[in-house]
Design a protein around this ligand. Structure first.
Ligand code: AR6
Length: 186
């Protein structure tokens, strides 16, 4: 049986040669800063056109927090962009928000498998503009994906986390080692 590898790289998600890249979007699906801005800039107008069509149709109210959907990847090296909406970090409603963040990973993996993707790249969802502390974002991300390997994600060959900057990379690497995932080198 093949095991889904969980790998880490420091870099830019828009440059990844994978089947699907995950976008840390907002519920409007109409773009923003951070990863979202970079994906739309490099992927070109086709992605936004498809997002607009989705807003005009089934997703009239936008995409809810913790959910995911796919569009073309336009000019990116990937085939698809999977847009997910992370929660804004708030200490008062931690449990609910943490569950929504875990749901972003689970739902994105579910969509990836539905598409037939074999390789998926994630950013650290919610760990930028949405203010989630990096260490905890890494813990939720890696634990959720590791748990999904015995479920829906077992169809995938690789789930790659693409971390922007050394601080983010090191936060993920610490948790990756704690979970014993460091045998998963490419
Ligand atoms: N590749 C990989 N990671 C990146 C890149 C990149 N090109 N650019 C930034 N990051 P963020 P969020 C890292 O803010 O917190 C947008 O405006 C970044 O350093 O992109 O979920 C949306 O439209 C951080 O570690 O996403 C929403 O309104 C991580 O990616 C809102 O921001 C996530 O940061 C979503 O906020």
């Amino acid at each position: 049986m093949t095991v889904t590898r969980i790998t880490l790289v420091e870099g830019d998600i828009t440059e990844q040669q994978v089947d699907a890249v995950v976008n840390a979007a907002n519920s409007s699906l109409l773009g923003g800063g951070g990863v979202d801005g970079a994906i739309h800039r490099k992927g070109g107008p086709q992605i936004l056109e498809e997002c607009r069509r989705l807003r005009a149709g089934h997703y009239g109210k936008g995409l809810s927090t913790g959910h995911a959907l796919a569009t073309t990847a336009g000019r990116l090296p990937a085939r698809w962009v999977i847009h997910t909406v992370g929660p804004v970090h708030r200490a008062e409603e931690y449990d609910k928000k943490a569950e929504q963040l875990a749901s972003c990973y689970r739902e994105s993996l579910r969509v990836a498998v539905e598409l037939g993707a074999r390789t998926v790249a994630f950013p650290a969802v919610s760990a930028g503009v949405y203010g989630w502390p990096l260490e905890d974002a890494a813990r939720i991300a890696l634990r959720t994906v590791a748990a999904a390997r015995s479920g829906p994600a077992r169809e995938l060959a690789e789930v790659r986390f693409v971390l922007f900057g050394t601080e983010a990379y090191l936060a993920f690497e610490r948790e990756w080692r704690v979970l014993g995932l460091d045998g998963d080198r490419p």
